[in-house]
Design a protein. Structure first.
Length: 538
């Protein structure tokens, strides 16, 4: 018997139901039921999720929850929280929840409570950040630190960069944060040009401490510092490391006393709560960082304990499965109407697509249904003047999340209401569209009618929160992390490995010596030809 979820009765029932609902317009669902908002919205953990503008009914939810039951979602949630090795291909637990476990209840991995180590590293991070922030930590020439430069890539960059950007209103006044990820020397070079070596602290963030881009950037930054300050001893005052690999850190020349540890049960894209969050902590301070962890912890408790039908990540996850696998929607847009979240789409691209961009189940069986959508997006208002045309009148079904803050970080008069009016207007217009009748009444020379009609029926979630505080941001990120987990379970996918990242790295490692030594290679006609062309032009 085939073990794919698509061969279950629960899946077949949803398929049948989708055939019916595909013919129904959202505006009719609203016209039929004036309680839709009350029925299809949930408030929890400081967030309101309005999912009423989705192409679903109460029956849809029942069927999706049947699917969740069929996949034993509730058991899987318990297994995640109990530290079981849910990452089966790497035989690891996935315990980002332990990093923000403010209750301190013991969480066991291989029979050993991880909380004492988690708390010890957090305390060490706190002491270090306090000494940098207070000015007690001095650079080699005796000056306090003013610039924090995080060198890392992927999970060791996107999360901390997004959160640091989002919480700008909470930054220490003396400190400026920079994130270097790209191996293109332009990224590091342009940043170094702005920096004073005497007041710069580099954080080398790498779980493995073997990542080509990070190590090369770190070596170049180290050389720059030594050249500028004229002494190798300066490194001790200007470089710290965040890693699981003590030996590699020592070999690089960073004193293990200046290393902040984390563990193999922290996945890269789930690591911003660990020592990988050090740049965040330096910029916002311990009280705010603890608030950030507490926000995530609140959402964790919600995910673990609230019935699936009212559970925010479960609802968002199931609705996502509904669109990807049954409506065959290929993309999902992230549209924050909160400028501070401008890096959220890039962060979620990694979180979602590296976790779910897979086509075999955890047992290695090829799936016969679409899984992860392509995640994309940009801050709300800007997008309206660019790609929203396609949302309104294109040929794709594009579910979208609108993230909306009631209060902004700034109180410039008139701005926040303008933001809110646009966010509400867009989800309304995307859902309602404009019929030919309404269009005719509204304006339009008759010959232009078809150009001015909007079919509508574009589904959206609206997530509303009071203000983007560290606490709220913690809950938002944890919400998306757990949404990904829910979808992984529904699709039978392991969301915690990333074998797809490996192949390119391996091939690059064979091409680098060929470039360094001007050698030819035997890859394929095109690659070999491109290499010869580059050699010729040098
Ligand atoms: C994340 C991925 C990947 C990883 C980077 C950096 O889940 O594993 O994005 O974070 O490749 O790896 P290092 O932290 O080991 O340098």
């Amino acid at each position: 018997m085939n073990s794919l979820i698509s061969h279950s009765v629960a899946w077949a029932d949803i398929k049948t139901h989708q055939h019916y609902l595909a013919q129904v317009h959202l505006r009719d669902l609203f016209a039929l039921d004036n309680q839709r908002f009350e029925k299809f919205s949930v408030e929890a953990c400081g967030l309101l999720l309005d999912y009423s503008k989705n192409r679903l009914t109460s029956d849809t939810l029942v069927l999706l929850l049947n699917l969740a039951a069929e996949t034993n979602l509730q058991d899987w949630i318990s297994r995640l929280f109990q530290g079981e090795k849910v990452n089966n291909t790497e035989q690891r637990a996935a315990l980002h929840i332990a990093l923000r476990n403010r209750s301190n209840r013991p969480i066991l991995v291989d029979g050993k409570d991880v909380m004492p180590n988690v708390n010890a590293v957090l305390a060490k991070m706190g002491q270090f950040s306090e000494s940098v922030r207070s000015g007690a930590w001095r650079g080699y020439t005796g000056k306090p630190i003013e610039s924090i430069v995080n060198i890392g890539i992927g999970g060791s960059d996107l999360g901390p960069a997004m959160v640091t950007r989002a919480l700008k209103a909470y930054h220490h006044a003396r400190l400026q944060g920079y994130f270097i990820s790209n191996v293109d020397g332009t990224h590091l070079g342009e940043t170094l040009a702005k920096l004073n070596p005497e007041t710069t602290l580099f954080i080398i963030a790498s779980k493995t401490f073997t990542t080509q881009e990070t190590i090369l950037n770190a070596q170049s930054a180290r050389q720059w510092l030594i050249d500028k300050l004229g002494d190798e001893k300066a490194v001790a005052k200007h470089f710290v490391a965040v890693s699981t690999a003590r030996q590699q850190v020592t070999e690089f020349g960073i004193d293990p006393a200046n290393m902040f540890e984390f563990w193999d049960w922290v996945g890269g894209r789930y690591s911003l709560w660990s020592a990988i969050g050090l740049p965040i902590l330096l910029m916002i301070g311990m009280d705010n960082f603890e608030q950030f962890l507490a926000g995530a912890h609140e959402l964790d408790k919600h995910f673990e304990t609230v019935p699936l039908a009212e559970n925010l990540p479960v609802l968002m996850g199931l609705i996502g499965v509904w669109y990807s696998s049954f409506f065959k929607a290929t993309t999902h847009a992230i549209l924050p109407y909160d400028y501070s979240l401008e890096l959220l789409p890039a962060y979620l691209q990694q979180l979602v697509m590296e976790s779910l961009g897979k086509s075999v189940t955890r047992e290695g069986e090829r799936v016969d249904y679409p899984t992860c959508p392509i995640i994309w997006g940009a801050p709300g208002n800007n997008g309206q003047h660019a790609f929203y045309q396609l949302l309104h009148q294109g040929t794709h079904l594009i579910p979208a999340d609108f993230l909306v803050a009631i209060e902004s970080q700034h109180d410039l008069p008139g701005h926040q209401n303008a933001v809110l009016s646009n966010a509400l207007a867009q989800t309304h217009a995307l859902m309602m569209g404009r019929t030919p009748e309404k269009t005719r009444d509204a304006l339009a020379p008759m010959e232009q009618l078809s150009h001015r009609v909007f079919s509508g029926n574009q589904p959206t979630n609206t997530l509303v929160y009071q203000k983007l505080t560290p606490h709220v941001l913690g809950t938002l990120i944890a919400l998306y992390e757990h949404k990904v987990f829910v979808q992984g379970i529904c699709w039978g996918i392991n969301p915690f490995d990333q074998w797809g990242v490996e192949l390119g790295k391996q091939v690059a490692n064979t091409l680098l010596p060929a470039l360094n030594n001007k050698q030819e290679t035997k890859h394929d006609g095109s690659t070999d030809g491109l290499l010869r062309y580059i050699h010729r032009r040098r």
